[in-house]
Design a binder for this molecule. Structure first.
Ligand code: KG4
Ligand code: ZN
Length: 338
């Protein structure tokens, strides 16, 4: 069984082919970062137009790299939400049209379920139940995962997502979009302790997050201080420390609350090296097994969508009707178990 996965929820066009016996056969990603960096953030209309240009060549490339013909594909999985409506519409239209003409099922996939399951693409995948920390450009959530489609949201951001905060601070520091990984790079040159920022909402038992106050605090420090390279590195370092500590404290609280012994970190921000290192340390100290994906499976990709498509092929409804329905807003808790 081979599934073609299509991801177009935001500004990455991702196409991959997953085989249930042999694993991942190809995984192609085209990032639109350069296009949007000119504007300092994603321009939705440009994103959908760029997906239109790139999606078919990427599908052809994924087939070529996997050495497969279209008639060797058994189903197509596509991201149906959450995400930008125009971008989602490109993936669903191409996915469902190809599936119709190739006479195979089309499977709608939830983007965040893709992120949760991306850790299953690695050599030592987690077993259920586990706690998932989902940290991306649009989401910051702590989820109790007891099975496929069995998700309880324990806490989430009440304002900015953590990736969004990274990108906004990076922009203020003069780094180009998407700034998360660039900020992390210059943070390595920062002198520890030169700046100290708050760890928001870490005082009580509440498992929600808030990053907008921290963002304002860091923005004020950028405005008030000498704008030389070293100062910017010092601020980036202190910001990253504050975010990582906050995520760590929240995860530890959620692990204590649930009694879970496994933690999966997923989504673009889980590529952050400081976060991974500190999470692994915490895991060693408290006997918690930490799971994360290789960097290319942390950020948006078609592999995680193809994988979830394989998991859901027998349980997903409306596989071969011709409707085009995307869900720009879609909670994980609305998914059905399999
Ligand atoms: O999961 P993702 O690719 O897209 C969404 O679903 O939103 O996450 C993208 C986010 C961006 O905000 C990006 O700046 C952030 O992940 N990111 C990072 C790193 N790599 C990507 N943030 C911090 N450190 C990184 N190394
Ligand atoms: Zn994502």
């Amino acid at each position: 069984m081979r599934i073609l996965g299509i991801e177009t929820s935001c500004d990455e066009t991702g196409v991959a082919i997953y085989d249930n016996s042999y694993g991942l056969l190809s995984n192609e990603v085209y990032s639109q970062a350069k296009l949007h960096s000119y504007y300092g953030g994603v321009v939705p209309e440009l994103a959908s137009r760029e997906h239109i240009c790139k999606i078919i060549p990427l599908i052809l490339l994924a087939l070529e790299r996997a050495n497969l013909k279209p008639n060797q594909i058994n189903a197509i999985a596509y991201t149906a939400g959450p995400g930008l409506i125009g971008s989602l519409l490109v993936g669903i239209t191409v996915g469902r049209t190809l599936a119709f003409s190739w006479k195979i099922p089309a499977i709608p996939v939830h983007h965040m379920e893709g992120h949760i399951m991306s850790s299953m693409l690695e050599e030592n995948p987690p077993i259920f139940p586990f706690l998932a920390l989902l940290i991306s450009g649009g989401h910051t959530q702590l989820v109790n995962v007891t099975g496929i489609g069995l998700y309880k949201i324990l806490g989430e951001s009440i304002d900015d997502a953590v990736g969004e905060a990274f990108d906004k601070i990076a922009r203020l520091l003069g780094l180009s979009y998407p700034g998360g990984s660039m900020l992390s790079k210059i943070a390595k040159d920062g002198i520890p302790g030169k700046f100290v920022f708050p760890r928001p909402m870490t005082g009580g038992n509440n498992l929600n997050f808030s990053f907008s106050g921290l963002k304002t605090c860091v923005a004020n420090a950028i405005t008030k201080n000498n704008n030389n390279y070293q100062t910017r590195c010092d601020i980036a370092h202190a910001f990253e420390e504050a975010v990582v500590d906050t995520l760590l404290i929240k995860c530890k609280n959620a692990l204590d609350y649930t009694g879970l012994k496994r933690l999966v970190i997923a989504g673009g921000v889980s590529a952050n090296c400081t976060l991974r290192k500190k999470m692994l340390n915490m895991g060693e100290n408290y006997n918690i097994k930490i799971f994360h994906s290789r960097p290319e499976f942390c950020t948006d990709n078609g592999a995680m969508i193809a994988y979830v498509g394989m998991l859901r092929i027998n349980s997903s409804s409306n596989q071969d009707d011709l409707s085009i329905n995307v869900r720009p807003r879609w909670s994980l808790t609305e998914l059905s178990p399999i």
